[in-house]
Design a binder for this molecule. Sequence first.
Ligand SMILES: NCc1[nH]cc(CCC(=O)O)c1CC(=O)O
Length: 296
Amino acid sequence: MALWQADYVAELLEAHGLKTEQVIIETKGDKILNKALSKIGSKGVFTEELEEQLRKGEVDIAVHSAKDMQASLGDEFKLIAFTERETVNDVVVSTNPDLKIDKETSLVLATSSVRRVAMLKHYYPNIKTVDVRGNLQTRMAKLEAGLGDGLVLAYAGVHRMEYDDKIVHHFPLDEFTPAAGQGSVAIEASVNMDAEVEKVIRKALNHGPTEYRLLAERGFLKELQGGCSIPAFALANLDGDEITITGGLTALDGSRVIRYEQKGSKEQAEELGRTVAKMVLEDGGKEMLEEIKGNL
Ligand SMILES: NCc1[nH]cc(CCC(=O)O)c1CC(=O)O
């Protein structure tokens, strides 16, 4: 998927007359596959090694899944563009085309995401989960080898890897709200990048409406200060100039979902996200986060 994303960005840049060269870098998140993501460390699991190359000036931009970016980057880096967002839902893929996801049938689904485990516990107490790591191809192979009835994944990744025909269920967004940034590709650069170069790259890659949505969702994450492996969710939508953001937290045991919503002008995107986070924190979210951090 990371390679697909790099190709996608390179194609957009080339279409705008920019020459590209790809440098492929493996991150901790790609290499350490015997541990849950939440146990590898809370920050930079998929980003640290790429930032090292940016720092050294070996590369001009780093291409990431927006979802994998920590809420606050170090002083040396900034996100300069977000590509047009893909469908944001989580889906179930299965080798059994007749698999039914409902609130009664007992099933085992594989996922490595604390958000998805907590949400399944809350909305689908009949479903059990098993941990799975590795890239999408590895996960599909494990599924075929009998690990559970299905995998819970982001539609975006499944689509990019062309496994659409294995999708048996789309989770509804109002219950199963995705993680902040899901479905978009974020471009990171050094704060010292030449302003003209930045402008040209933004023109080739940035999708304005997606950027407003992500600014709101990332504002939510910043205020929450939870790191990237907490069961937090946030989704902003843009209707004309009005942005609506819903965000919250799910208890690890599924006992509670705290969810708030704010509407306002898109120019206040980040602030609206922060307000939602403050409301969540005040309504028991603070205690929930402390408990979550003690349990991961
Ligand atoms: N950390 C893994 C990761 N990062 C981004 C995506 C999906 C693609 C996207 O949201 O852009 C995935 C896999 C998944 O959640 O199923």
